[in-house]
Design a protein. Structure first.
Lengths: 170, 331, 501
């Protein structure tokens, strides 16, 4: 599957317009008028939200206009618009994002130390082509440095999971 | 009218019943959850306690400070709610713990926290610029009555202690001021020194620097008795020379802000007893006494029932002001 | 020459073996804190405060301020190498620093940044030395309308001329403004746009957004184009550093202008972050080749770095002399001051000359130490880019997420980083400029507050923004910066067209 620039433009324009609509409805609940003592709390976000919706629509229209031109061009000359994301790029980004999301979920359930060891080791092993024990050593080494900097030197507690207390680390 | 009666001011005298020997001790790091940003008044309060506990070996466990000052401190109290029953989290605040839920719709109630102790009472004073025409609080009030809504009072935050006090002054005296909220006491102090506002109700340590320099001067203090003797600070006056607002002719007996320590709810009574005992010991340390002098706060160790009745009185009185102003978050 | 004698006295206080050790230690710790995104200078300094209880106040402030300088230096490192600003104030450094590093000139970019930073800091300290008394009185002139005018000026200077599509700039700007309004509003005390989510009550942290937009966003772009970092410098040696230093005098005009902007924003309540943005914007407007900014222009590094550091050092002045901190770090140090029993305010200069002038003298010395230490680390940091992406990429991811977590210890922020990483990737790819979004997040809510306060003071009349010379002149400069570039552009286009007709 390839993503065309047109789809990305339209999707983004809808998303930003959605943010604008959310802001406008949220602000409307707070009151967006102008009182004696100046603006009400919702005044500022309300109008900023309206501007955002307007600008998003403008982008949407431009995207459609460009798309029409591109389609015409394609019909006349047979040249296809440069795709936004090719299949192989999409695959790479997808894998990277999935690994990153996995790391976040791992951090929230198992704690950051376990998650970062596994995540870094996995990447070095699967993507870097390192041997598994090298990859694990890299992951563990990084995690230990991280522990020393945050918890020992600066005394900042990071997220911990069920495993650390078994080792006596709180 | 509204008379705030806080008869619990036995001041620095530490006179609480003999401590029940604590059966519990922390076995992991204690989190000090501070309901203000780093550098704020509550932050200094928590860090002073941290240093007093460490340097006098009152608590063995390590302590880490977490600043959760978002939403006027609501962030810290929500965190307490999420960690109900956790004995390793102490929450540091003021009276905002029990007052915030009245003015804003929040996902916690005061019942989500277990009060441990109040250790100090911060005073409020009315300050004006040094060269202003107002010599006393009655001058200021008369001027506001003559030209309603033109005299500006600055304060920190909206619907917080400062605005509440200004509203209380208005309700008691019948004058009408204009209130402008700023980000914090320090900023409000500079706005006054620069003459951008007419008066403020800062705590002593928020304005002491400007007073020393002769840029601002105090009119009166909202405490039942004059403040403790001190070296002369500005205009050859010390804290003790400032009249109380009541003697100066404004019928508000006292308005003070407690510095409080809390636990999440549902912790064992032994845990509460442990921290009560620790706080009592803190109050006797030289670090603590030093902090009180330097910040010109009044020491007051309130625990258990005394604390509960203090909170009740303070809450009732303040909520009356809120209701009169129409601030209580309508459901 | 009273100030000069006092400064000499200050050097006597500051230069002791013990203090020099504290400076080196402070700068090194600051570097670590600055390099790690999220764990910024305010965090680092507040963590050190308990340590300082055992020191006398002068030694304590020397340690803390040295850490601050170290953090300011360190913050630019990751901005340039990985497009991840270590400190809020080094966001503007990414705009040209990162492209330059990608061209294979990471050593040059780092050296330019550190040297300009050093110059900015020194100019700032000289100003503090000379103008200590006057500057604090000047800061007193700033009420709510003047605050608003300064923020407006920063916006105007930066937004006035950009190359991106106006509609996309507008989307980026308004998105930033909306993100900044989330949470509790100071002036009205209302909770806004949280949609019932408790996690949003404290607002959306600017740092979390920046880590996502720039750090993760850039990693995604890198991944898309193959798992490799572009622009690995072939050789790294100290001669590159020296050559860049020799190149520096060429940018004297940018340096002087940026230092002045930094001083102004440091003394008035703007702060280092606003200063660096404004300085970058003005450098772009002043340059005839304005369009080339963002592609790795040296001025694009010199301008924000110089302004950032001169503002950073000048911010100490209002803190000491007025008790108003104009940066988050200054706020924490002020808390420290009170714990040590010193009262910031106009009298501090008179009652504690040893402390004040010892600190000022130490600022000269520790910034020098900072520049030397940080230049020595350039080859080491530049070598980081040689580590294979499969290893360093995930490490950066972990650092980004951990950094975002440490901002306010909130798990929710991890999801925000992921979200803004996607936003940053999409926006960059589709030609939405990120800078207006960031600037709007930094200044949006402050500007709104100042505006609202002014409206309360004036009973809703806009005339307050033209009510005295100071505020009127700032507003006029801002309006000029906003309108003039467009008018000039239009004018020259018309002139070029005229002969054709």
């Amino acid at each position: 599957m390839t993503v065309r620039r047109f789809h990305a433009e339209v999707g983004t324009a809808f998303a930003t317009a959605g943010l604008g609509i959310a802001a406008v409805t949220g602000a409307a609940g707070l009151g967006f008028g102008w009182e004696e003592s100046g603006p009400q709390p919702g005044y500022f976000p309300f109008y900023v939200g309206l501007i955002l919706i307007g600008a998003s629509l403008w982008n949407l229209i431009r995207a459609f206009m460009k798309h029409r031109a591109a389609v015409l061009h394609e019909r006349n000359s047979g040249e296809i618009e440069e795709p936004f994301l090719r299949r192989e790029n999409l695959g790479r980004i997808g894998t990277f994002l999935a690994a990153m999301a996995g790391f976040v979920i791992g951090t929230l359930t198992l704690g950051v130390y376990v998650a970062s060891t596994v995540y870094i080791a996995w990447s070095a092993w699967r993507q870097g082509g390192y041997r598994l024990w090298v990859a694990l050593a890299v992951g563990a080494g990084f995690t230990i440095v991280q522990y020393v900097i945050f918890e020992v030197i600066f005394k900042i507690p990071l997220l911990k999971g069920p495993i650390e207390p078994l080792l006596g680390i709180y | 009218m509204i008379k705030t009666r806080i008869a619990l001011l036995t001041a620095t005298a530490v006179m609480v019943a003999a401590p029940a020997l604590a059966d519990w001790a922390p076995n992991r790091p204690i989190e000090f959850v501070v309901a203000s940003g780093a550098g704020g008044g509550t932050d200094n309060f928590a860090r002073t306690i941290q240093s007093a506990l460490t340097r006098n070996d009152i608590v063995d466990a390590p302590m880490v400070v977490l600043n959760k000052g978002g939403g006027s401190g609501a962030e810290a109290f929500l965190y307490a709610r999420q960690n109900a029953g956790d004995p390793n989290k102490l929450i540091f605040g003021t009276n905002n713990v029990y007052l915030l839920p009245y003015v804003a719709k929040l996902a916690y109630t005061t019942e989500d926290l277990q009060p441990v102790a109040a250790l100090a009472l911060d005073e409020f004073l009315v300050w004006v610029k040094a060269d202003s025409p107002y010599e006393s609080i009655t001058d200021l009030i008369d001027a506001a009555k003559e030209a309603p809504g033109t005299i500006t009072f600055g304060g920190s935050q909206s619907k917080d202690t400062d605005e509440t006090l200004v509203a209380l002054i208005e309700q008691v005296s019948g004058a009408d001021f204009k209130y402008v909220p700023f980000n914090g006491g320090g900023e409000t102090g500079v706005q006054l020194a620069g003459g951008h506002i007419a008066a403020n109700v800062n705590n002593p340590n928020e304005n002491i620097g400007q007073w020393q320099a002769g840029a601002v001067r105090p009119l009166c203090v909202f405490s039942p008795e004059r403040m403790a003797e001190s070296e002369p600070i500005g205009d050859d006056m010390g804290w003790h020379d400032i009249p109380t607002c009541k003697e100066a002719g404004l019928d508000i007996e006292s308005y003070q802000m407690p510095r409080t320590v809390w636990l999440p709810k549902d912790t064992d009574p032994e845990v509460v007893a442990f921290y009560e005992d620790a706080m009592k010991k803190v109050a006797e340390t030289p670090e603590w006494q030093d902090y009180l002098t330097k910040t010109s706060q009044t020491g007051a160790v309130l625990l258990d029932e005394e604390l509960a009745s203090f909170i009740q009185t303070n809450e009732d009185n303040t909520v009356k002001v809120f209701q009169a102003e129409g601030w209580t978050a309508a459901e | 020459m009273g100030n000069f004698d006092l400064l000499m006295h200050g050097f006597g206080v500051a230069i002791t073996p013990m203090h020099l050790m504290l400076m080196v230690g402070g700068v090194l710790m600051g570097l670590v804190v600055g390099v790690l995104p999220g764990l910024g200078a305010p965090n680092g300094v507040s963590l050190l405060i308990p340590l300082t209880f055992a020191l006398d106040p002068t030694s304590a402030i020397i340690l803390l301020s040295s850490m601050y300088w170290g953090a300011l230096f360190g913050g630019s490192t990751t901005s340039i190498l990985f497009n991840i600003p270590g400190e809020p104030s080094s966001v503007a450094t990414t705009f040209d620093g990162y492209p330059m590093a990608r061209k294979g000139e990471s050593t040059r970019a780092l050296t330019l940044a550190f040297m300009s930073a050093g110059v900015g800091a020194l100019v700032g300290v000289v100003v503090i030395t000379l103008l200590a008394g006057w500057a604090s009185n000047f800061a007193l002139q700033f009420g709510a309308p003047e605050y608003f005018a300064v923020y407006f000026l920063a916006f105007a200077a930066f937004i006035g001329m950009g190359s991106a599509s106006p509609a996309k700039t507008l989307v980026s700007l308004t998105t930033g403004l909306l993100l900044a309004t989330v949470g509790m509003d100071t002036v009205t005390g209302e909770i806004r746009l949280t949609f019932g989510l408790d996690q949003l009550l404290s607002g959306i942290s600017f740092l979390v957004v920046v880590i996502g937009l720039f750090g993760i966003g850039e990693l995604l772009s890198t991944v898309q184009e193959g798992l490799r970092f572009r622009g690995v410098s072939s050789k790294i040696d100290l001669r590159d550093v020296l050559r860049t230093i020799a190149e520096l005098p060429r940018y004297w005009a940018t340096s002087v202008r940026s230092a002045l902007i930094g001083i102004w924003m440091g003394i008035t309540p703007g702060g280092p972050t606003a200063a660096s943005f404004m300085s970058y914007g003005i450098a772009r407007q002043a340059s005839r080749k304005g369009e080339a900014f963002g592609t790795g222009r040296p001025e694009g590094i010199v301008a924000p770095e110089t302004a950032d550091h001169s503002a950073g050092s000048c911010a100490m002045l209002p803190m000491l002399a007025l008790g108003v901190p104009s940066s988050a770090t200054a706020a924490v140090m002020m808390g420290g001051l009170m714990i040590w029993g010193l009262t910031p305010g106009p009298m501090l200069f008179a009652t504690k000359p040893d402390f004040v002038w010892g600190l000022i003298a130490s600022m000269y010395v520790s910034n020098l130490i900072g520049v030397i230490l940080v230049l020595a680390t350039v080859p080491m940091f530049a070598a980081l880019l040689r580590i294979p992406f499969a290893i360093i990429g995930p490490m950066i991811v972990v650092i980004c997420f951990v950094g975002a977590y440490t901002v306010s210890n909130a798990s929710f922020d991890l999801w925000l980083v992921l979200l803004f990483g996607l936003v940053g990737y999409l926006f960059t790819k589709l030609g939405y400029p990120l800078a207006p979004l960031v600037l709007a997040m930094v200044l949006g809510h402050k500007a709104e507050n100042a505006f609202h306060q002014s409206m309360i003071l004036s009973n809703g009349s806009l005339e307050i923004f033209f009510s005295n010379t100071l505020v009127t002149s700032i507003m006029l400069i801002a309006l000029a910066l906003l309108i003039l570039p467009k008018t000039l552009q239009l004018g020259s286009r018309l002139r070029r067209k005229a002969p054709v007709e």
